[in-house]
Design a protein around this ligand. Structure first.
Ligand SMILES: *Cc1c(COP(=O)(O)O)cnc(C)c1O
Length: 430
């Protein structure tokens, strides 16, 4: 059974200051998990987790992860700016972007981030944009075909827009060496949200063999292998969560079998996990405000897809707990909906839950990654606050809720702006 990291009593206290809906993060859980990740790869002296900023782009969260040696994986100019503004040194920033604007490459080079090229044609593009090829450079590899890990867990790299083909990777290495690159990284992200301990070890095996071949054929110094993201979490209660220690050991075994005998025992292992670092340690907390009995039974809550888009976008399952009814029988079947004028704005469809009464608080699980950050403003909905449940049980506001003035800000040079603010003043909204 999935248990929330907060109780009904705690939420009743929190809502006195911060009304629902909001995202709540569990500092204790984040720390314990980050520590386990660090320990799982401690066998590799160069190991570093570059947290995928897009998953949870909040400086307070990133600061917690930094206590465990994590850097940042950025994919856009704003993410780079955020990392730089936080004082994160260039060597702790990975820039794994694609379809990259010239300015973004120039800025990444300027702040000393490691650039992970997405494409062969980006070699010349980067040289032009940044003025030179950095001494350390990474390339994203796409093997094509279908990549199968274990019992049905697979994806189609051949349909993915990312990365170099194998031939491009070898040719690219030689060109980059001529242009002054000295240390190389190989990166690949082949399957998303893998709930198996086999993905990283299998990927590592393939990338280690590739690195060995690259070194033999080109003489390039491979400095790191970046296993990127893709380590999943158990969104469904019947799934077995990944064990990062088993995953770390699996990668170590491949490392000792392939890289060490090849005289490549100095290669650093990098990861860029987002989901695994944060998803389980974030709840979207929302309140039941309507019940509707038509052809189905509906519960309307005060959150909607702008707070958590994954169910609407991917049909993704997110577990729901009705606070205070953790042990009640799930003898009611509901669609749990948000208020967008979009019929896919449903957090759950045909979900068996305890009887829900108006005013009940619902916790939507695994919202800590790709949750708040995917939010948008459809229907003029404003993004919620982000709160941190600290280890001592207190609650810290780590991002305020959006206000109408934020939504209207892009009209601030037009005459309508003052009228919009005046209308909001009259609305009674708090
Ligand atoms: C999204 C992304 C990640 C993080 O993926 P998760 O599944 O959240 O671990 C890492 N690297 C790159 C390049 C990404 O695009």
């Amino acid at each position: 059974m999935k248990k929330p990291f907060v109780t009904k009593e705690q939420i009743e206290e929190i809502v006195k200051t911060y009304p629902t809906p909001f995202h709540l993060y569990d500092e204790k859980g984040i720390r314990e998990n980050a520590k386990a990740v660090k320990e799982a790869f401690a066998w590799n002296p160069g190991y570093k987790e570059f947290f995928a900023v897009k998953a949870t782009p909040n400086p307070f969260i990133i600061d917690i992860l930094r206590d465990y040696g994590c850097g940042c994986d950025c994919a856009s100019l704003t993410e780079l700016e955020m990392a730089h503004a936080m004082g994160i040194p260039g060597e702790d920033i990975m820039f794994s972007s694609n379809d990259t604007p010239a300015l973004e490459y120039a800025y990444a080079a300027k702040i000393g981030a490691t650039i992970n090229l997405d494409d062969f044609t980006h070699i010349d593009f980067l040289e032009e944009a940044a003025g030179a090829i950095p001494k350390t450079i990474s390339m994203r590899y796409n093997p094509g075909g279908i990549y199968e890990v274990s019992n049905g867990i697979m994806d189609n790299p051949q349909d993915a827009k990312y990365g170099f083909t194998k031939k491009q990777l070898f040719d690219g290495t030689e060109i980059l060496m001529k242009k002054g690159a000295e240390h190389f990284g190989i990166h690949a992200f082949l399957v998303s949200n893998t709930v198996t301990n086999d993905y990283y070890p299998a990927l590592a095996r393939d990338l280690f063999a590739l690195a060995k071949e690259l070194k033999e054929k080109t003489g390039a110094h491979v400095a790191f292998i970046n296993l990127s993201g893709g380590v999943g979490v158990a969104y469904r209660p019947d799934q077995t969560p990944n064990d990062i220690r088993v995953i770390g050991e699996g990668v170590r075994k491949a490392y000792e079998e392939i890289l060490v005998p090849a005289g490549m025992g100095d290669v650093a292992i990098y990861t860029e996990m987002g989901r695994f670092m944060l998803a389980p340690y974030g709840h979207l907390v929302t309140k039941a405000i309507h019940e509707k009995h038509t052809y189905k039974e509906y519960i309307g809550v005060d959150a909607c897809a702008v707070n958590l888009m994954r169910p609407a976008m991917y049909g993704a399952y997110h577990h729901i707990t009705v606070l205070g009814k953790e042990n009640a029988p799930c003898d009611h079947r509901y669609d749990v909906t948000g208020s967008l004028c979009e019929n896919n704005d449903k957090f759950a469809i045909d979900r068996d839950l305890p009887e829900i009464e108006m005013g009940d608080y619902l916790v939507i699980h695994e919202a800590g990654a790709h949750g708040y950050s995917m939010g948008y403003n459809y229907n003029g909905k404003l993004k919620s606050a982000e709160l941190l449940l600290k280890e001592d049980g207190s609650v810290q506001l780590i991002r305020r809720a959006e206000e109408p003035k934020d939504y209207y800000a892009t009209f601030d040079q037009f005459p309508i702006y003052e009228k919009l603010l005046a209308a909001d003043k009259e609305s009674g909204r708090k």
